[in-house]
Write a protein that binds this ligand. Structure first.
Ligand code: ADP
Ligand code: SF4
Length: 690
């Protein structure tokens, strides 16, 4: 297949200072939760993007001096020459398919608590450190001498970055994370010297840093700056108007303008709150202020939207972080006329949770993300099938669908048996809930792939028992039968069932997604803490119910802090008039009320209710697996080699865990048993000799 000529414009080369990108696909810096702890895993992840056709590939945030670091978050470091080999490995990998290798240099200023280095943080003004973790630390206001030091540190870092093989150096001043922004903004820059006051003064540091870095390495490296389109922090914040003025005043200073937005929460908005190309209005017109290329982001997954951004003169480069995670091969797929094969990002922000939890990032759509080096998983290639021929996958949710897709790609004869009449399991239902439509892409991508495979057959209306499975004669069985929400209050606060009066109508998300909804005054008890409680509250309000949401946490949908959604969810529920009762747990469901207690004092309270929705925890539907285990002695006679339970049926978790489980099952089928060995590679710090 060949490229649709409509998309030719995306493949034009674009010059960035002394270097030229081969096309307009620009992977903007993004975290991965691996950073300096897992450098080879991160490097291989970037190599895959090079193979996938990206013209520009960036590292994540790289701390450029030890006096500003963001422990506990795990990013990259360029503190001294010791860090160069690790970064050189990364740039080497980025170069494998002619991508430009970019490094983002960050001096975190009032965003860096320095918990590891114990240096006193420096910022334009003496203010508390502004981080996710509200560390009880303040920054000292920089003196002129400090600013001179900082300028020298940037030069040093740029020289090291060049030695590490990078073609592009991005100076970070966006998301509230970089010192350049702290100087630009009247919120954080309250100085009265030549670095404070007027916009010209506030942008002085930015200009000096860009010019000096260019002076240092600009003969061979493009020097870019990343700014927020609008800081969104009240009357003193750096606004879109000021940004345009800064760009006009410094139009030709950097080699490229890289435009992010607000805080990270604003820039990486979940699909629940931000559509594709959400920042277009804030970017439009900026290109006319400068002759330098402009890159912006917007969770771009549609080539038509990308082309529109270029042809309408909004952007020169299509910036992408999450879309490049969900599908590192977007450029090549567009180039090869395989647009339908794009594995579109669903905007769930599970990838971001890997960074926020300092674990390692995972992706709902792309289970191979950050497993490229650890497990040798490639997002587009998989090994040919092993000794056996056939696999029965029971259940067509994310786990079963991913297993069937990957097994089909390996060449097995696959039967996918589904009790219902549609593919997708939980995502088919959840994508009907308010704001979650994009989640249907988990099903859509896999459905399209399976439908192309002659060796994968789907059987609907097939609720299978162990007897059925024993009869069918498949050699390998994957049981992906999902999970069911509990109706007894058991979750984190209550580890044993609570009393529920029979006369009170009690619902779970399963009931509601099946169309069986409560009416009147509804009490939602959320001891799950992910998105479901907030989503169901929203739905109940739109159904005309009066809603109280009770949660033992101090926040609604507490875990969504990790997906950068929490503030948006709580704001939305407040605006919808939901009565929010935090640090409260339901202790008993009566016939016309619920009893709740304060999680600190134990003080009791009653709230009247016509119905209760329990969003607590789920139980795996593993009875088929248990029935199969009960007849293990008969497997051999029935021609069965293996039976495994995967996904929510094994242990309920977010959708990303299910696609991972399905993929892992497919990868490991017929592979040699590794016994007690570690199932992935890792890097261990080299011990010092003394
Ligand atoms: P996961 O997230 O682990 O993929 P889901 O709950 O999304 O789990 O999907 C499980 C799917 O399995 C559902 O579509 C359900 O209808 C199907 N299912 C459950 N039990 C059986 C069974 N015994 N036979 C066939 N399909 C089943
Ligand atoms: Fe997109 Fe979700 Fe994957 Fe992140 S985890 S890249 S938001 S699909």
């Amino acid at each position: 297949m060949t490229r649709d000529p409509r998309y030719d414009v995306l493949f034009e080369p674009v010059q960035i200072g002394p270097v030229t990108a081969k096309n307009r696909f620009y992977q903007v810096p993004h975290c991965n939760g691996g950073g300096y702890r897992d450098p080879s895993a991160a490097a291989e992840m970037r190599r895959i993007k090079s193979e996938g056709g990206w013209g520009v590939i960036f590292t994540e945030q790289t701390e450029m001096h030890h006096s500003s670091e963001i422990t506990p978050f795990i990013e990259l470091r360029l503190w001294d020459d010791q860090d160069i080999p690790m970064l050189a490995k990364m740039s080497d990998k980025m170069h494998t398919h002619d991508a430009l290798a970019g490094i983002q240099l960050a001096y975190s200023g009032i965003n860096g608590p320095n918990l590891y280095t114990r240096e006193v943080p420096l910022g334009p003004t003496a203010l508390p450190i502004l981080t996710f973790t509200s560390d009880p630390v303040q920054a000292r206001a920089m003196t002129r001498r400090d600013i001179q030091d900082l300028r020298r540190w940037y030069r040093n870092a740029a020289r090291r970055a060049k030695r590490a093989g990078f073609d592009l150096i991005c100076l970070y001043g966006a998301h509230g994370f970089g010192v350049i922004q702290h100087f630009l903004s009247r919120a954080t820059n309250q100085r009265s010297d030549e670095y404070g006051g007027s916009l010209e003064n506030r942008s002085r540091l930015m200009r000096e840093l860009i010019e000096e870095v260019k002076d240092e390495v600009g003969d061979s490296c493009g020097v870019t700056v990343r700014l927020s389109l609008d800081e969104l922090s009240g009357e003193h914040g750096f606004s879109n108007t000021e940004l345009r003025d800064v760009i006009e005043m410094n139009a030709e200073v950097p080699d490229l303008w890289d435009l992010a937005h607000g805080s990270w929460e604003n820039c990486s908005g979940a699909s629940r709150f931000k559509p594709e190309a959400a920042q277009e209005n804030l970017v439009r017109g900026i290109k006319s202020l400068t002759s330098k290329p402009v890159v912006g982001v917007g969770r771009f997954t549609s080539p038509d939207t990308m082309v529109r951004q270029i042809n309408s003169g909004v952007l020169d480069f299509i910036g992408a972080a999450r879309p490049s995670i969900a599908d590192p091969f977007i450029p090549n797929k567009i180039d090869e006329g395989r647009v339908e094969d794009i594995r579109e990002c669903i905007g769930c922000n599970i990838c971001i949770s890997g960074d926020m939890t300092m674990s390692i990032s995972r992706c709902t759509q792309n289970p191979t993300f950050m497993e490229e080096w650890r497990k040798g998983w490639h997002p587009e290639k998989i090994q040919a099938k092993g000794d056996s021929e056939s696999v029965l996958v029971v259940g067509a949710g994310p786990a079963g669908l991913e297993a069937a897709t990957a097994l089909g790609a390996r060449g097995y004869t696959v039967a996918l048996a589904e009790a219902g009449t549609e593919l997708g399991g939980r995502v088919a239902k959840e994508c009907q809930l308010p704001g979650l439509a994009a989640w249907g892409r988990v099903r859509d991508y896999r459905e399209f792939q399976i439908q192309k495979m002659p060796n994968v057959d789907v059987y609907f209306d097939s609720f299978l028992s162990a007897g059925d499975v024993m009869e069918f004669g498949f050699q390998n069985i994957a049981i992906a039968t999902g999970a069911t929400w509990r109706k007894d209050g058991v979750a984190r606060y209550h580890l044993h069932p609570i009393t529920v009066e029979q006369s009170m109508p009690v619902f779970t998300p399963d009931d509601i997604m099946a169309g069986n909804c409560p009416k009147g005054k509804v009490v939602i008890y959320d001891d799950d803490h992910y998105y479901m409680g907030g989503v169901i509250a929203e739905l109940m309000v739109s159904n005309g119910c009066t809603v109280s949401l009770v949660t033992p946490s101090a926040y609604v949908s507490d875990w969504t802090h990790n997906t950068l959604e929490q503030a948006f969810i709580q704001k939305k529920l407040i605006e919808l008039g939901v009565d929010i009762l935090v640090t409260r747990a339901v202790t008993r469901v009566g016939c016309d009320h619920v009893e709740i207690e304060c999680t600190y004092s134990g003080q009791n309270q009653q709230i009247s209710a016509d119905a209760v929705v329990l969003i607590t925890s789920r139980v795996g539907n593993d009875s088929l697996w248990r029935d199969m285990l009960a007849c293990e002695s008969e497997w051999h006679g029935a021609g069965i080699k293996s039976v495994k339970v995967i996904g929510d049926a094994q242990a309920p978790a977010p959708i990303a865990w299910a696609t991972y489980a399905g993929h892992r099952f497919a990868r490991e089928l017929d592979e040699p048993d590794i016994g007690d060995d570690l199932p992935f590679r890792r890097e261990v710090s080299a011990l010092a000799s003394d």
